[in-house]
Ligand binder design. Structure first.
Ligand SMILES: Nc1ncnc2c1ncn2[C@@H]1O[C@H](COP(=O)(O)OP(=O)(O)OP(=O)(O)O)[C@@H](O)[C@H]1O
Length: 550
């Protein structure tokens, strides 16, 4: 028995990865033979703080930097845990967003002068080839439902140069319809699926009898807070600052902060994203985001309840469902913190949820364009919810060469400024998953952006590799899945729908995984009996009998 007292770790230090345990080991048969470790409670932020606040800023402040005497333990250039690290790479294994390049998709002047390409023809712009199945202009940015589109097009001349007017119109239309909370669509956008019918989607209701999540034995930590699904009377309501209590700060992105808020009128909890509209460009961005999210109804896409603009400020506030499970970024950090690893079964559920969400977006002619761990949320029941459509846009945006999103997760073709499509989101999914299961970013992280760009575009493709030192072995199917997702050539890379057919998804999805329990284990949520659900097998790294990592 090795006894290891956790040392203060850098945010993504790999020392924890050496003392791993499969987070799903309680309901799986791990293939790894991780050393048995006694992990003492880590000396970082309290568990309750993690449950309610997954902000990266909070998390970062909870960690101490590696002590100068302790060598960094994560690996370069890519994939094998434990290799030494060049001195040029600092201890922080993943930098913050290196940069996010944003630009207005079409300046009004350009838009008004541009002649619309014929559907089906190819548009060449800034080195990118775009299939112009549909044209993109500020006019249809301001629309979010087909019926309104026609009307808006009719008044396009008036609106083109008035983004504030367009924003107000979108805000006005955005409030959710009375029955929207009970309506979901499959990823083909065909059939409606109600949360009650969907066994995976027990989300939205922590109001039932005993505030526990169905079947999990996990009692809601915040029995006073409720999610909105079972309150049809309040499905449509007016949102304004006065009606909300801010409970905690969940995080902050480029656009603004996200808070957990509670509606004082009914004590329902939401996540509220603030976007500061400094100028017409950011207003256009907000309009784009609102336009996209207002259309989305899928269990793997964050549900938006409405938006409002504070009269006294230039802020737009988007009210959306609160995802108690946090982002993959916060989950990854937490998993590392407790000295565990994510097993294949939960990994496959997460992968499947992301791909279903992307496939659905594709049916809506949308690519996300900013898939990364902080934009992949999990509900309390462990259901994936893609969020942050601030930089996503319609597939046929004629200015697709606009270089947005986070560089680190960008597909090679995007970085190279070439043609891209929904398959670029698949690359970002592969990098995000690889980072999650390996507990480290797949590329050397503190390299100057240009060096990372060269690695990504130069074809240095990360792989999922076993970690013999920790006794971790991944299935060949999972390795192949990652390999397919990270196909360097965007044209050869599978689409989300194609990747859903991969045998790793197909086989492992058949196995039972209790994602609600898993996410409860990750965050150490209390069970009905009042004890933490972070089971002994997670803490100790106890290998299960058959030694499979699944
Ligand atoms: N609906 C939600 N429920 C719970 N947490 C959320 C929700 N939406 C966002 N968050 C948290 O807030 C953080 C900030 O979200 P946001 O979308 O503003 O920015 P980001 O994705 O982190 O960065 P950027 O927008 O700059 O790329 C996320 O990382 C996530 O942890």
């Amino acid at each position: 028995m090795i006894s290891s007292k956790p040392k203060p770790l850098g945010p993504r230090s790999k020392s924890a990865a050496r003392s791993t345990s499969a987070l799903d080991s309680s309901f799986s048969s791990p293939r790894h033979s991780a050393p048995q470790l006694t992990l003492e409670p880590v000396t970082i932020a309290s568990r309750s703080q993690h449950v309610h606040d997954h902000s990266s800023s909070n998390r970062n402040s909870a960690y101490s930097p590696l002590s100068p005497s302790e060598p960094p333990r994560f690996n370069v250039p890519v994939l094998t845990l434990g290799a030494p690290i060049p001195s040029r790479i600092r201890a922080n294994p993943r930098p913050p967003n290196l940069y996010t390049l944003e630009s207005n998709p079409i300046p009004p002047s350009t838009a008004s002068s541009k002649s619309d390409p014929q559907p089906g023809s190819n548009v060449h712009e800034n080195g990118a080839t775009i299939r112009a199945d549909k044209t993109y202009s500020p006019e249809n940015q301001l629309n979010f439902r087909p019926a309104i589109r026609t009307e808006t097009q009719a008044t396009a001349q008036n609106q083109r140069l008035d983004p504030v007017k367009g924003l107000m119109k979108v805000l006005d239309k955005l409030s959710i319809s009375d029955n929207a909370t009970s309506q979901r669509f499959d990823y083909e956008g065909r059939s409606e699926v109600s949360p009650e019918d969907d066994a995976n989607d027990v989300a939205f209701d922590t109001t039932s009898k005993d505030s526990s999540v169905a079947g999990t034995g996990i009692r809601s930590k915040d029995s006073q807070s409720r999610s909105p699904a079972k309150s049809p009377t309040l499905a449509r309501k007016d949102f304004c600052d006065d009606n909300f209590d801010v409970i905690s700060r969940l995080g902050e992105g480029a656009g603004g902060a996200v808070h957990k808020v509670m509606d004082k009128r009914d004590r329902l909890t939401y996540a509220r994203k603030i976007i500061t509209t400094r100028d017409s460009t950011s207003i256009r961005q907000v309009v784009r985001e609102l336009t996209i999210i207002a259309e989305m109804r899928h269990k793997n896409i964050i549900l938006s309840y409405g938006a409002y603009m504070s009269p006294s400020s230039s802020e737009v506030k988007i009210v959306m469902e609160y995802c108690e499970g946090g982002s993959l970024e916060s989950i990854g950090a937490r998993v590392q913190e407790i000295g565990a690893v994510v097993g294949e079964k939960p990994a496959v559920r997460i992968a499947e949820g992301i791909l279903q969400g992307l496939a659905y977006l594709h049916t809506k002619r949308t690519i996300h364009r900013d898939i990364k761990p902080s934009n992949i949320l999990l509900s309390r029941e462990g259901v994936v919810k893609l969020c942050d459509f601030g930089v996503s846009r319609e597939l046929v945006n004629s200015n697709v060469a606009t270089f947005t999103g986070t560089l680190l997760y960008m597909a090679p073709e995007r970085i190279a400024g070439g043609e891209y499509n929904v398959r670029s989101d698949v690359w970002s999914t592969g990098i995000s998953l690889l980072e999650l299961v390996q507990n480290r970013f797949p590329y050397p992280s503190d390299l100057p952006p240009m060096e990372i760009v060269l690695m990504i575009t130069g074809g240095e493709t990360p792989k999922l590799e076993d970690d013999p030192a920790s006794g971790i072995t991944w299935s060949p199917e999972m390795k192949d899945f990652i390999k397919q997702a990270l196909t360097h050539d965007g044209a050869l890379r599978p689409s989300p729908k194609e990747l859903l057919e991969h045998r790793w998804i197909q086989t492992v999805m058949r196995e039972e995984v209790h994602m609600a329990r898993w996410i409860g284990q990750v965050w150490g949520w209390k069970t009905r009996k009042g004890r933490s659900d972070t089971s002994d097998s997670i803490r100790s790294g106890r290998p299960s009998s058959s030694g499979s990592r699944k």
